[in-house]
Design a protein around this ligand. Structure first.
Ligand SMILES: Nc1ncnc2c1ncn2[C@@H]1O[C@H](COP(=O)(O)OP(=O)(O)OP(=O)(O)O)[C@@H](O)[C@H]1O
Ligand SMILES: [Mg+2]
Length: 621
């Protein structure tokens, strides 16, 4: 069982108190017992000596009486009278013997009728002293009080008389008294013990609540302090305690508060760090020294399509494309030497999509001085790359535009003369004339060239024609009517799927028609053996800022992935020399951009290609 501070404190105080009480009570009881015994002993002593004194007095009285009453009988050796006197004494209770003796100490009479010890001289110490003494003598031995006195007649020493008084009764009296005193003593000891026990109990009863109060007073603030410490340990640095005390506990509480405040100011909580990492939009990957992933942030899992936990423990190569320029080992080796800053590379998502990123990584010393970890940060630069591509495209287009403008300008005048003369000659050539076919051909090709040159001029220069609300569907219909005959020739079916009530767009109809013609032309080129050309329009997100969408889809040869991002480059063509200029899609790109639109291409090589164009829809008028 775990005891709290308060219980321990109370137990200690009460235990010590009990010990002191027991010790004190023991000492008091012992002392009382000892003094009672002493009292009893001295009482018995006093009583004993008083009794002895009384016995002596009795003995002296008796001996005086005997010495006096025996004087004459002894002088006359009147045995009868001696017997008469001595028998009076001899018959008394407690008298052990009576001896009457002559000057030599020889026993003359012993108080008995037969006088059994007549003429005996007693040789013991007491007898000798008694016989030798010329004065009254009181002697004590074992259980006898011996009293003797000389018997004189005038100056004549006739002998003496001795009596022995039994002291047995004294002893029995003394022991009786002792018993009485003992009884008194033990009763007083018991009484004392009861008083002491009662007193101790009273102290204990008083001590229990006092101890509990003191314990509470001591342990409550400690409990508060320990709760505060636990809260601080759990990362709650807001908590404070207020102890209105001026002692050490009060000081401790103050110190705790200061500590919590300091911690709050200096410690970055785990939650705070997590929030920062969560809010980061860049990819953050922490790896160990061998580039095994330890943890990733949410942006990483969102970009790469892995759950956050799924990447922990995986090698870094898991997020690199299979054909990455730098392998995991290359990166680890580079990082061991120096940090990597702003390296352009690619990361690959779970479903194989590649992301251009700006990659930086740095070694991080772990707190325990153990192996170094690496912190890798990667910024997705897909957007930037796209913009760069668009800028590049625009630059190329403007270069082409200048070139085309120059060339068109130079060709325009001579072409005008050729067309003028060809038309004049055609008018003058009668039907059936052998030159008729040649002249008509010159006129037709010259017209085609003029159109081309004018288109070139139109795309390269800022178009003179101002943009106006136009219908995409009508542009599509007009453009398709131009390619229809060619489609019939090559066995291509044209499918139209045009949305009704399509909002208008702001643009130049002529240019949009050129776009459709060019896209359809490319599709026909891609389907020499026939196929289907589907042209559809629709309105996207009609509630918000709507977009009018145009899809041109064919079942042709498709575009291999490695050239997919190059098809919009000026002069990029896969067609034989003389057959394609590589300008078609470049011009389309330019026109779409001028109309604030976008163009995307998807292709399944060998199966299909689809170009998707989007233009801002005009609000319904
Ligand atoms: N629908 C398509 N199917 C297959 N490949 C296409 C398609 N559209 C374009 N391409 C490819 O893109 C290249 C560039 O097309 P672009 O229209 O710019 O030039 P071009 O058609 O080659 O020449 P031009 O348009 O001057 O006749 C083409 O050579 C072709 O390889
Ligand atoms: Mg083309």
């Amino acid at each position: 069982m775990r005891l709290g501070l308060r219980q321990k404190y109370a137990l200690t105080i009460l235990g010590s108190l009990l010990l002191v009480i027991f010790a004190l009570s023991g000492i008091l009881v012992l002392e009382a017992r000892r003094s009672a015994r002493r009292l009893a002993e001295s009482g018995a002593e006093v009583a004993g000596s008083n009794l002895l004194e009384a016995y002596k007095k009795r003995g002296e009285g008796l001996i005086k009486f005997l010495a006096q009453d025996l004087t004459n009988p002894l002088y006359h050796y009147d045995m009868q009278s001696i017997l008469a006197v001595t028998s009076i004494v001899r018959g008394q209770e407690g008298i052990l013997y009576v001896y009457v003796y002559d000057p030599e100490g020889r026993i003359v009479h012993d108080g008995t009728r037969e006088i059994s010890s007549l003429n005996r001289i007693l040789d013991d110490e007491i007898s000798r002293k008694a016989a030798g003494s010329r004065q009254m003598l009181v002697q004590t031995a074992a259980n006898v009080l011996d009293v003797s006195a000389p018997i004189r007649l005038a100056d004549q020493f006739l002998g003496g008389v001795r009596i022995g008084i039994s002291l047995d009764s004294i002893h029995s009296d003394i022991s009786k008294m002792s018993e009485l005193l003992d009884d008194i003593r033990s009763r007083s000891v018991r009484k004392n013990a009861v008083i002491i026990a009662g007193f101790s109990l009273a102290i204990l009863i008083l001590a229990v609540p006092v101890t509990i109060l003191i314990g509470r007073n001591l342990s409550n603030p400690i409990e508060l302090l320990s709760r505060l410490a636990r809260q601080i340990g759990a990362g709650d640095y807001q908590t404070r305690i207020s102890l209105k005390r001026t002692d050490e506990l009060g000081e401790l509480a103050g110190a705790f508060n200061v500590m919590a405040q300091n911690l709050r100011e200096t410690t970055v909580s785990k939650q705070y760090m997590d929030d920062i990492l969560r809010a980061m939009t860049d990819v953050l990957i922490v790896t160990d020294a061998r580039l095994t992933i330890l943890s990733v942030n949410r942006a990483t899992s969102e970009l790469l399509g892995y759950p956050e936990e799924a990447l922990a423990g995986q090698p870094f190569s898991r997020v690199l494309p299979g054909d990455a320029r730098l392998t995991q080992e290359d990166l680890a080796a580079a990082l061991r030497k120096a940090p990597i800053l702003g390296l352009e590379m690619e990361l690959q998502s779970r479903n194989g999509k590649r992301f251009p990123v700006l990659f930086s990584a740095q070694a991080m010393q772990t707190g325990d001085g153990g192996a170094r970890n690496f912190v890798c940060v990667a910024r997705d630069i897909t957007e930037r790359k796209n913009l760069e591509g668009m800028v590049l495209q625009s630059e190329k287009m403007s270069a082409v535009g200048q070139l085309a403008a120059g060339v068109a300008h130079e060709i325009n005048n001579p072409l005008g003369a050729i067309l003028g003369f060809a038309q004049g000659m055609a008018r003058r050539t009668p039907p059936g004339d052998p030159n008729e076919f040649s002249v008509k051909s010159i006129e037709r090709e010259a017209i085609r060239c003029k159109n081309l040159v004018q288109n070139l001029l139109a795309y390269s220069r800022a178009s003179k024609e101002p943009p106006a609300p136009i219908s995409l569907n009508q542009c599509v219909l007009r453009a398709l009517s131009l390619v229809e005959s060619q489609a019939n020739l090559t066995g291509v079916t044209i499918v139209q799927d045009l949305a009704e009530d399509l909002p208008g767009i702001l643009g130049v109809a002529n240019h949009i028609e050129q776009v459709v013609v060019n896209l359809a032309g490319n599709s026909l080129d891609a389907m020499p053996g026939g196929g289907a050309l589907k042209v559809s329009t629709l309105l996207e997100s009609p509630e918000g800022n709507g977009q009018v969408r145009l899809d041109v889809e064919d079942t042709g040869s498709g575009i291999p992935p490695d050239i997919l991002n190059r098809v919009f480059e000026p002069f990029f063509t896969t067609k034989d020399p003389g057959k394609g200029t590589g300008l078609g899609l470049a011009m389309i790109y330019e026109i779409v951009q001028k109309h604030q639109g976008t163009i995307d291409v998807r292709s399944d090589p060998g199966k299909s290609t689809v170009f998707t164009l989007r233009f801002p829809a005009l609000p319904p008028s």
